[in-house]
Design a protein around this ligand. Structure first.
Ligand SMILES: [Ca+2]
Ligand SMILES: [Ca+2]
Length: 326
């Protein structure tokens, strides 16, 4: 990195840190939860609503956008998505995890970053094409004590000695010495704790889209990538809309035989890194289910139409898969 770039990033980070100390940030955030003795994060939006649902109908992924630094400095920063640990009273998504995590430390470890260059301008956005970053694309992420970047991944202490009231506004400061345009970045994290009996999270993704004041903020494409990389609330919900229906079957069919960069993405319900017949069975075993987060206006397919669908597609697909796959 050139010296001017380093300076610009340092200035941006310093400005961000000052802002963070004054107050936390409203907007797209991630509530830390414990599900079946495993850490997870559940996205919600404290600053308004977007097309992604509030809270999200899936775990472990959230997007927000860069803000280009003004004044001729070629750099961008972001301070969201941020994290929170809530008690039962303050919990946005229900329950709260402060009692389970009381006294514990939370560590967020960066494992790397990928990008989706030039996603389609309009729907359908299709399966995201994820590639490595160029050596010049260095995303630095820090909090008040530590820094990591995508070429030197490692741990950040998100919180230590969590109180019974929880820990609010655990924000990160993202910085990059360029002004992203036409590209979505996804940072891959794992959340862990020293609290006995609670295992590490699955992959968690924070996604950053271009400055929303730029010509194309790619917000809907970011949301699409967020859903693709997330963990569904209900197994078989391959488009992450909170219900398991024929659209998820279509997603599975479109992605069939794809080998994935990240196990559990898209239609990989079995989390083995490939979209195969086992993921069809997961869909079939959960079809008709819907998340309680959805309101009553959501229509779920009639049992008869689902049964018909399984009869027609299920038998056909499985018999062909059994002869053709692997
Ligand atoms: Ca669905
Ligand atoms: Ca699979």
């Amino acid at each position: 990195m050139k010296r001017t770039s380093v300076l610009a990033v340092a200035v941006a980070i310093a400005a961000n840190l000052l802002a963070t100390e004054v107050n936390g940030h409203d907007g797209r955030r991630l509530e830390v939860i414990v599900v079946d003795d495993q850490l997870a994060v559940h996205g919600y939006n404290s600053g308004g609503v977007d097309q992604g649902g509030n809270p999200r109908t899936y775990y472990n992924a959230m997007h927000d956008d860069w803000q280009n630094i003004a004044g001729g400095i070629v750099a961008a920063t972001a301070d969201l998505p941020g994290f929170d640990v809530f008690n039962a009273t303050d919990s946005i998504v229900g329950g709260g995890s402060a009692d389970r995590l009381q006294g514990a430390e939370l560590t967020l470890t960066l494992h790397g970053a990928v990008k989706w260059d030039n996603p389609p301008a309009s729907e359908p956005y299709g399966t995201p094409v994820l590639i490595d970053l160029l050596p010049s694309e260095v995303i630095t992420i820090g909090n008040s004590t530590d820094f990591v970047h995508n070429n030197a991944p490692g741990p950040l202490t998100l919180a230590s000695n969590i109180s019974a009231q929880g820990e609010h506004e655990l924000d990160l400061d993202y910085s990059v010495a360029l002004e992203p345009e036409g590209v979505l970045y996804a940072l891959q994290w794992v959340l862990s704790t020293d609290q006995p009996g609670i295992s590490d999270s699955a992959n968690i993704f924070t996604i950053l889209s271009p400055d929303s004041s730029a010509t194309n903020g790619l917000r809907l494409q970011s949301l699409h990538l967020e859903k693709y990389l997330s963990t569904p609330l209900i197994p078989g919900d391959y488009d992450r809309d909170g219900k398991v229906d024929v659209i998820d079957f279509e997603a599975w069919k479109e992605q069939f035989s794809h080998e994935l960069l990240f196990a559990g993405a898209g239609a990989d319900g079995s989390r083995d890194g490939i979209v195969g017949p086992e993921d069809f069975l997961i869909w079939r075993n959960h079809v008709g289910l819907a998340s309680p987060l959805l309101d009553n206006s959501v229509s779920i397919p009639e049992p008869t139409s689902v049964a018909l669908l399984i009869a027609v597609f299920g038998a056909l697909t499985l018999s062909s898969l059994e002869t053709n796959s692997r």
